[in-house]
Design a protein around this ligand. Structure first.
Ligand code: 3PG
Length: 306
């Protein structure tokens, strides 16, 4: 059986070596397609693959149709909005992610972004401290939880909104449970976004929430650009000269945002939240283990299209 690792944005070498060891150790063949520029390369490479490991690579219906032997797709990472779940489910293909494996890398980026934007992008002169401020976590999943812990260590008071998490769990972590998303934004100096991009969340963060933030409010987005209503953000920022936005996933309108709002906005040159040696290794190896364990033993733990 053949397992294809298709990564436009390749894993670090150590991760690829580890993946190879796991795949070949299980008696399977490993195929690598890295830094591909053209979708046609992916369509050709996936044709005889039994398993597919990807990062943010788009696994569309066209890809699934081209993959006649495919049994499993593992997204090495958390968000699987890049995989056409319906197309996979129709063909009986199992889709998994590797939850938690790259969370710390993203959480550390959040902390650095929070400080970077508070110090006016490392511009000497005035800046603000995060200690003593209120940090709101929008969705208390694997990343949100770590950000909450780091926020508390920085001397911030931390609250979170997550309708899927028992408030008692938040309280046990020293995090105040907030009942509505409106309350979270209205009462947080910093909001860190950790919601997935789904039909429900796309464009859900916009004018109303941003303009409800306290004076000097900062939105940190290491989740997905699609959850932002960019026109709403622009309107809120035009009305409120104190708001700031920092993101790891550049907005469609990022050049315009920079032109209009200067140092109040910042986007990393390329999405880099999970781009650490550790996260690459953890997520890559987990993806390889999960793929092999499914093909050999039928283990469906972490399946997301049940
Ligand atoms: C994730 O969903 O795990 C992160 O967004 C990381 O994505 P990447 O593999 O494209 O860096």
């Amino acid at each position: 059986m053949k397992i294809l690792v298709a990564t436009e944005k390749p894993f670090a070498k150590a991760a690829v070596d580890g993946i190879r060891e796991i795949v070949e150790g299980a008696g399977y063949e490993l195929a690598l397609l890295e830094k591909y520029a053209d979708k046609a390369e992916l369509l050709a490479a996936v044709a005889d693959a039994d398993g597919l490991i990807v990062r943010s690579d788009k696994v569309t219906r066209e890809v699934i149709d081209a993959a006649r032997n495919l049994k499993i797709v593992v997204r090495a990472g958390a968000g699987y909005d890049n995989v056409d779940l319906a197309a996979c489910t129709e063909r009986g293909i199992v889709v998994m992610n590797t939850p938690g494996q790259n969370s710390n890398a993203v959480a550390e980026l959040v902390v650095s972004m929070m400080i970077f934007i508070s110090r006016n992008q490392f511009t000497p002169g005035t800046g603000a401290e995060v200690s003593g401020k209120r940090l709101g976590i929008h969705a208390y999943g694997n990343v949100g939880r770590i950000v909450a812990r780091y926020g508390r260590a920085l001397g911030m008071s931390v609250k979170a909104f997550d309708p899927f998490v028992d408030p008692r769990q938040l309280e046990a972590d020293g995090v105040e449970a907030v009942g509505t998303v409106e309350e979270l934004y209205a009462s947080s100096d910093y909001v860190s976004l950790h919601i997935p991009a789904t039909a429900q969340t796309r464009g859900s963060i916009g004018y109303e929430l941003l303009s409800s933030m306290p004076k000097g409010g900062v939105l940190i987005n290491t989740a997905r650009k699609e959850v932002i209503d960019e026109q709403g953000l622009i309107r809120a920022f035009e009305e409120r000269a104190d708001l700031k936005y920092i993101t790891d996933i550049a907005a469609e309108a990022q050049p315009l945002l920079t032109e209009k709002f200067g140092k109040r906005v910042f986007a990393t040159p390329k999405k880099m939240g999970a781009e650490t040696a550790e996260a690459n290794l953890n997520a890559g190896l987990a993806a390889a283990r999960q793929t092999v364990d499914f093909l050999k033993n039928g283990n469906r733990r972490f399946q997301v299209n049940k």
